[in-house]
Design a protein around this ligand. Structure first.
Ligand code: PM9
Length: 461
């Protein structure tokens, strides 16, 4: 009899409501992707079979969250859902003040306007598209001080999201501490492949910011995954709960901003939370200009209730274990076929290394954009470019940035797809890999001014 090597785990939930998805033919997909200018953001979702574009707002809410939606208090001012959410932000993130926003970039906009003066620098562990844009629009310059390993897809490092302490110190020396608006740390680091920072590294950063009186802020959009990796990989945290690790992380920061569309497993929402009364007062005042009253910030009462309940679920170990486990399952299956990917596997997505996948396509011919389009063409699976298109242009010279990482992100919405969906995805990627030599690159034919990856259009070379 064959011996059992290990016992499997399964998701800590079962399916109560289903949403049909549509299979398309290769001919239909060829037309759809051409009409979309070879940009997966411009596809109609009706033409997509398995949607791995993003985990942002695409999550499945629990029955408890849906029940909470029915308890939405839609009063213009002082909704009880706002107070429930505030209580949970205090309890689970540990900050006394909070301002709701309709999503993450609204929080980035306000914080950048409040904290950055023209000519300031903002060091961080690799750029994120919307974050950096808002920092630049406020007159600041983002400086990447992540460790070099993060820019190398294949390099195995348990904490690729770590700050390079020397790079950070060099910047302070060069620019002067007064010119640093704040430190912008992210956990996990999206553009590096969903990679975490370690608690030890965070403590080192904190020591320096304390010494120089620099404000320390966190993009806590995917902090649950970072906490999970700390629990799994860092000495001293094995027996700590996800909730306690999140609280410890937050205790080192002056404030956080969050796109609630990720960890909180809702379809819309965001917020700022802080212990800095001055920044809070400014954000609370600014939110009424751009978002709505400070007790709803562009959200309905029901949205805030779903967020409050989502926070309670995000800290559950079984939930985050299943989430990261699904990403790992996909990675391991792809590994069997030697598909080039970012390693170690990240928290929210598998990142295909398009430079290695399509070595015959130059970066100026958009290998990752091409690969995302080819995978869609093969199977209707939708991923996202995270390479030269996403990196945009230098704000001074207008020249394209040439990031070392040229990736296609296959992102897993929380609690949405089954193992069978992952298998279909893996098989499609393997098929495209086997036929990769015949694939040709793209040229850009339309480029919007901001965040060009969303709306840029391409033609086949
Ligand atoms: N992230 C994502 O798909 C949504 C689309 S942008 C390509 O990964 C971080 C770490 C994010 C993020 C959005 C935002 C902005 C801030 N920080 O999308 O405005 O991953 O809610 O948040 C996306 P909003």
């Amino acid at each position: 009899m064959k011996k059992l090597k290990k016992r499997s785990w399964a998701e800590p939930f079962k399916i109560k409501v289903v949403e049909p998805i549509k299979m398309t033919t290769q001919t239909q997909r060829a037309k759809a992707i051409k009409d979309a200018g070879y940009n997966t953001f411009l596809l109609k979702s009706d033409d997509v079979y398995i949607d791995l574009l993003t985990d942002s707002g695409t999550n499945a809410m629990s029955d408890n969250q849906w029940a909470g939606m029915m308890l939405g208090d839609e009063a213009y001012a002082g909704s009880k859902n706002f107070y429930h959410l505030w209580d949970n932000i205090k309890k689970y993130y540990g900050f006394p003040y909070f301002v709701p926003t309709h999503q993450g970039r609204a929080a980035e906009h306000m914080l950048s306007q409040i904290m950055i003066k023209p000519g300031d620098y903002i060091p961080g562990n690799m750029y994120f598209t919307t974050t950096k844009l808002h920092q630049e629009l406020a007159g600041g310059t983002f400086v990447d001080v992540i460790i070099d390993e993060a820019h190398n897809a294949e390099k195995e490092h348990l904490f690729k999201g770590n700050f390079d302490i020397q790079k950070f110190k060099d910047l302070i020396k060069k620019a002067g501490a007064k010119k640093i608006a704040y430190v912008s740390m992210a956990g996990t680091v999206n553009m590096a492949g969903g990679q975490p920072f370690s608690m030890a590294n965070l403590k080192q950063v904190k020591k320096i910011t304390d010494k120089y009186g620099i404000r320390l802020w966190l993009d806590a959009t995917r902090i649950t995954e970072n906490a999970y990796f700390i629990k799994k990989r860092e000495r001293g945290y094995k027996s700590k709960s996800i909730g306690d690790i999140i609280l410890e992380i937050c205790s080192y920061f002056d404030g956080i901003w969050v796109s609630a569309k990720k960890d909180l497993m809702v379809n819309i929402g965001g917020f700022i939370a802080t212990r800095d009364k001055k920044v809070y007062d400014a954000a609370r005042n600014m939110v009424v200009v751009y978002e709505g009253l400070h007790t709803y910030g562009g959200l309905a009462g029901r949205d805030m209730e779903a967020m409050a309940r989502g926070i309670e679920e995000m800290v559950l170990y079984d939930n985050i274990h299943a989430r990261v486990g699904q990403v790992e399952y996909c990675g391991k299956r792809l590994e069997e076929f030697n598909i080039p990917m970012v390693k170690p596997f990240g928290g929210h997505a598998i990142f295909l290394d398009a430079k290695k996948f399509l070595p015959h396509i130059k970066q100026e011919e958009f290998p990752a954009q091409t690969l995302a389009a080819e995978i869609y063409l093969d199977s209707g699976v939708r991923g996202m470019e995270r390479g030269i298109v996403s990196a945009g242009r230098d704000k001074k010279t207008g020249k394209n940035h040439h990031p070392k990482l040229e990736l296609v992100r296959l992102t897993f919405p929380r609690r949405v797809y089954t193992q069978a969906h992952i298998d279909v995805t893996v098989e499609s990627i393997v098929e495209v890999y086997q036929n990769r030599k015949s694939i040709k690159g793209l040229k850009m034919v339309y480029e919007p001014e901001y965040l060009r990856f969303f709306q840029g259009r391409f033609k086949k070379l």
